[in-house]
Ligand binder design. Structure first.
Ligand SMILES: Cc1cc2nc3c(=O)[nH]c(=O)nc-3n(C[C@H](O)[C@H](O)[C@H](O)COP(=O)(O)OP(=O)(O)OC[C@H]3O[C@@H](n4cnc5c(N)ncnc54)[C@H](O)[C@@H]3O)c2cc1C
Length: 429
């Protein structure tokens, strides 16, 4: 039996952690061929995308190059976008690659696998709201974050020149919307230090629109109540229990006929599986475009294909699906890592057990809030301020540890901090 080819599509919170661990364990010793495919050459941990969008972090410093990382961690990297899958032939097809001028770089490619892992993440769900796709930015990937960043810089430049007002509307007050609103407020508060002398926070209107009656609807009342108090204090306009009926270039028309004006419009509501899944007719795809997997993360009916993270629907023993969160993707990667090693050794695979450690929301420099769960005490308990900030950052550190190992992750963080200390705190170009 030759070397097994393990192909992982999607190098995000789950896929990259899995590729790194398998690469170090098997790839570096040539015990298996680990191939990671991602449509982007750079990895940014998705929970940091809103920080890229506002310029609080610079992807050229925080971004990780798959090719370089793969070389050191025992996996191969290929840039490409999944467009088709043939489970009978055990092949996937990657779409043709074009450069910025839409010139063909590479035609479609076919890749063979022995085991395939789908880790493509999810995208925001516009629920077919008219105008949402054409008039909103979706914070789903690095390109989206950069697009938002460019619009924000144009808006700030205009504000500085004309002292008019800039209005930003965000649909969805889940973690993404709330964190983005707080971060935006902080950025506008700080830009005077960077030469935008005529801008003050009074020039900015941030609207956060949520269909549920509270912000952070998935989180306990105490966490959302405290986060709401912080947003109220810094002057974010909250529109709760409000449904968006249509989006135009003027702003958001609500179900009751009001127009919430917004120069920059962001859609950060709902999560569904990647659009390409609707073309994978041989796989069991749910109405929310996720692929159904069994307890061991095998795609139902296909023992050689696995899926993890936001693109997978795994129903737990209590009947609830695993939530689309970074901690879930990372735990799934850990279980799948052991299962793949077991499978290669001819041993049984273990079912995935989700451990909810709680949720943390960063409110930029203003605060951080969350609830922790687990062994520390029965049930969950509320945390805030420095403790919550520390726990929030430790989530990122855990992700880095799976990519580099614990010690190298620490060195990497320190190096990043030093680089950031030397450079401007905001990326305004
Ligand atoms: C702004 C923001 C803030 C968030 N904050 C938090 C938080 O604080 N805590 C938390 O737990 N969760 C948070 N989340 C959710 C969390 O980021 C996701 O649940 C998590 O990243 C899912 O991991 P994943 O591995 O499934 O997919 P992702 O991390 O999304 O990675 C998917 C990868 O697949 C690649 N890909 C996609 N389509 C293709 C294709 N066709 N071909 C090839 N490659 C493809 C993408 O480029 C990407 O690298 C946040 C999300 C956002 C957007």
């Amino acid at each position: 039996m030759g070397t097994k080819r393990i192909v992982i599509v999607g190098g995000g919170a789950g896929g990259l952690a899995l590729a790194s661990k398998l690469g170090r364990k098997l790839g570096l010793k040539s015990k298996a061929d680990i191939l990671l495919i991602d449509r982007s050459p750079i990895h940014i941990w998705k929970p940091k995308l809103h920080e890229v969008a506002v310029g609080a972090i610079d992807q050229s410093i925080e971004g990780l190059l798959y090719r370089d990382h793969g070389l050191k961690n025992g996996y191969r990297y290929q840039r490409g976008s999944l467009e088709a899958l043939d489970p009978d032939a055990k092949t996937i097809q990657l779409s043709a690659l074009y450069n910025e001028r839409q010139e063909l770089l590479m035609g479609p490619r076919t890749i063979e696998y022995d085991y395939l892992v789908l880790a493509l993440g999810g995208v925001s769900n516009s629920f077919n709201t008219p105008g949402a796709e054409s008039h909103c930015i979706f914070l789903d990937n690095l390109q989206n974050a950069e697009q938002f960043h460019r619009q924000l810089l144009d808006g700030l430049m205009l504000l500085d020149e004309t002292q008019s007002r800039l209005s930003i509307g965000i649909v969805g007050a889940g973690a993404t919307g709330v964190e983005l609103a707080a971060e935006l407020h902080h950025v506008v508060e700080s830009v005077r230090e960077f030469g935008y002398q005529n801008i003050s926070k009074q020039h900015l209107d941030i609207h956060l629109i949520e269909a549920a009656p509270k912000i952070l609807p998935q989180l306990p009342d105490r966490v959302s109540g405290r986060a709401q108090a912080v947003l109220d204090k810094i002057g974010i306009h909250l529109h709760l229990g409000v449904q968006v009926k249509e989006v135009t270039k003027e702003g958001f028309t609500t179900q009751d006929g009001n127009l919430i004006r917004a120069d920059i419009r962001v859609w950060a509501a709902g999560v569904k599986g990647p659009n390409v899944f609707s073309d994978l007719s041989k796989l069991p795809i749910t109405p929310r475009n996720q692929v159904e997997v069994d307890a061991c993360m095998r795609v139902k009916g296909h023992t050689d294909i696995y899926a993890l993270g936001d693109c997978a629907q795994l129903i737990l023993a209590d009947g609830k699906p695993v939530p689309p969160r970074a901690q879930a993707a990372s735990q799934m990667a850990e279980t799948l890592y052991h299962n793949i090693l077991n499978r290669l050794a001819g041993q049984a695979e273990a079912p995935f057990e989700y451990r909810d450690y709680g949720s943390l929301v960063s409110l930029s420099r203003f605060s951080a809030v969350g609830n922790l769960m687990g062994n520390l005490r029965r049930g969950d308990f509320f945390i805030e301020g420095h403790v919550a900030r520390f726990m929030y950052l430790s989530l990122y550190h855990r992700h880095l540890s799976s990519l580099f190992g614990w010690f190298s992750a620490l060195v990497y963080r320190l190096a990043q901090k030093l680089l950031r200390w030397q450079r401007p705190k905001l990326k305004l170009h």
